[in-house]
Design a protein around this ligand. Structure first.
Ligand code: HPA
Length: 278
């Protein structure tokens, strides 16, 4: 089998496995990043599907990522959450990293909200703040669409002029207003990791227009956009990127900051999912 057939066959098997476990496919999915998994714990009437059970899925190796789909209702609205994701830096191929979002797209989900933890480059941000991803810069040195184009997914040269859907951005802003606060927007610079950046790299990222930097989201956004899914993005600024403030970066501190933002994050996402279903 060639690579395209492998990708397509794997997808059919993953989709079938999930379809057999859930009674309806929600309109909206959310991908929960490092330390942001609590949203999934608030889902009611839930069906939990560990990635390890699903054909062609990988468990995650990153602390703070559980590795399961949680499908049910949040505040009465159907939703499916990916509690944890895999990354290229864990040693996975690009097509493996984007397999879960392709599975969601193939299941029939219309909207995906990608969330992540990131380092703040823009000095107007503070650790613990949530920022809407307005656009991204792919600095991973890779692209999940390399190789023969899979016509069934989308065109060879996909348009990326509105990768993060404007209407979804408006809904997230409206949800923040409902919760009594404004929310900033920013450009997510996506890098490969797993090292955090050097201060010199952060200065470069600032020069090229990045407001925040992280190691996920970009491959998923490219693959989901290719398949015509509408995307939203929310980033939790868990730390200021290297060199912006004094001190060293650690994954444990980053998870602590994500925890502090948790209540607002859960409420913001819940309201946004509600708007997307209305
Ligand atoms: N850099 C890259 N990825 C990150 C960071 C960072 O500073 N913080 C959380 N994820």
């Amino acid at each position: 089998m060639n690579q395209t057939d492998v990708i397509l066959n794997n997808l059919i098997e993953s989709v079938k496995y999930i379809q057999d476990k859930i009674s309806e496919v929600p309109k909206t999915a959310v991908v929960l990043g490092s330390g942001l998994g609590l949203f999934a714990d608030k889902i009611e009437d839930k069906v939990v599907i560990p990635y390890a059970e699903i054909p062609h899925f990988f468990g995650t190796t990153v602390k703070g990522h559980k590795g399961q789909f949680v499908c049910g209702k949040i505040d009465g609205t159907p939703v499916i959450a990916m509690q944890g994701r895999i990354h290229r830096y864990e040693g996975h191929e690009q097509y493996e990293v984007v397999h879960p979002v392709r599975t969601l797209a193939k299941l029939g989900v219309e909207n995906i909200i990608l969330t992540n933890a990131s380092g703040g480059i823009n000095e107007a941000y503070k650790p613990g703040e949530l920022v809407i991803i307005e656009d991204h810069i792919n600095l991973t040195g890779n692209n999940p669409l390399l190789g023969p184009n899979i016509e069934e997914f989308g065109p060879r040269f996909p348009d990326m002029s509105e990768t993060y859907n404007k209407e979804i951005i408006t809904f997230i802003k409206k949800a923040a207003k409902d919760l009594g606060t404004d929310i900033k927007t920013g450009i997510y610079a996506g890098v490969l990791g797993p090292t955090y950046e050097t201060p010199a790299e952060v200065r470069m990222l600032k020069t090229v227009g990045g407001d925040m930097v992280g190691m996920s989201t970009v491959p998923e956004a490219i693959a989901a956009n290719h398949m015509g899914v509408k995307l939203g993005g929310i980033s939790c600024i868990t730390n200021m990127a290297a060199g912006i403030e004094k001190g060293k970066l650690s994954h444990d501190d980053i998870k602590d900051q994500a925890n502090k933002a948790m209540e607002f994050f859960v409420n913001l996402l819940t309201k946004t999912v509600g708007y997307l279903n209305s």
